[in-house]
Design a protein around this ligand. Structure first.
Ligand SMILES: [Ca+2]
Ligand SMILES: [Ca+2]
Ligand SMILES: [Ca+2]
Length: 245
């Protein structure tokens, strides 16, 4: 009957629309994750410490599902291309952190509630128009952050403004800051990937690992399952009615 709201052709149309919708959701999820790094990143840095001799630090984050050996990796600054060298036997666990700080951080840190560093070494971060980069043991640059419009090293554009004393530069979780990927948003543009953190939060290797996100929110899959079942039942009903006509 042509007047029926959902005939066989209508059911096929519904199926088509559902698959397009599913495709859009999967596509959107991939786009939303496109900026998540697949490598160790500089996740937070505290260059403008209140106590400039003993409280600067840099935090690394591993957003991958595998532990990564970081022995011999270096932190480059305007002072030295190997201002700090990560000791032999160091590993950054999956979805976990590693904290490098200035010598005597354990006694001189600006906030006594902060955890101790995994590695202390004399290091010097510029407060304005400066930068830090992470090189692996083969001296390949893995990540760079530059701050202040006059910085000489950075990705894309340097982050501005310079962080004031007692504030850190924090990498985003993702473009909207919604979700629990951990601070791994890396579009190779420092101006877009970082923000000023008013409450610096140094995390060391003992910090709780960031839990993985589900592939697709299970509630979306559940909703689709219900729709597919409803469609199947509707088609069976339509066929049965056609048989009776
Ligand atoms: Ca400094
Ligand atoms: Ca990067
Ligand atoms: Ca942190």
């Amino acid at each position: 009957m042509g007047g029926r709201l959902f005939n066989r052709g209508g059911s096929r149309s519904i199926t088509f629309v559902l698959f397009v919708a599913l495709g859009l959701i999967v596509g959107a999820a991939q786009v939303a994750n496109a900026g998540i790094a697949g490598h160790v990143v500089i996740s937070e840095i505290y260059p403008n410490a209140e106590n400039e001799t003993g409280s600067e630090w840099i935090e690394l984050y591993n957003p991958t599902d595998s532990n990564i050996g970081i022995s011999g990796w270096t932190i480059g600054t305007p002072t030295s291309p190997s201002d700090a060298t990560i000791p032999e036997g160091s590993t950054i666990k999956a979805r976990s952190f590693f904290l490098i700080a200035d010598t005597d951080f354990s006694t001189k840190k600006d906030n006594s509630s902060w955890p101790n560093a995994d590695h202390e070494e004399t290091i010097s971060f510029g407060n304005t128009n400066s930068w830090a980069y992470l090189n692996n043991s083969a001296d390949t640059t893995i990540d760079t952050v530059g701050w202040g419009s006059e910085a000489e090293k950075y990705e894309g554009s340097p982050f501005t403004p310079n962080p004031s004393s007692g504030k850190s530069l924090q990498r985003k979780d993702n473009a909207t800051q919604i979700g629990t990927h951990g601070p791994a948003w890396d579009t190779d543009d420092n101006s877009a990937d970082f923000f000023i953190q008013d409450s610096p939060n140094p995390q060391n290797s003992g910090a709780e690992p960031v839990p993985p996100l589900p592939e697709l929110p299970s509630i979306v899959l559940f909703a689709f399952g219900l729709l597919v079942v409803a469609m199947y039942m509707y088609r069976r009903e339509a066929k049965r009615r056609e048989g009776n006509e």
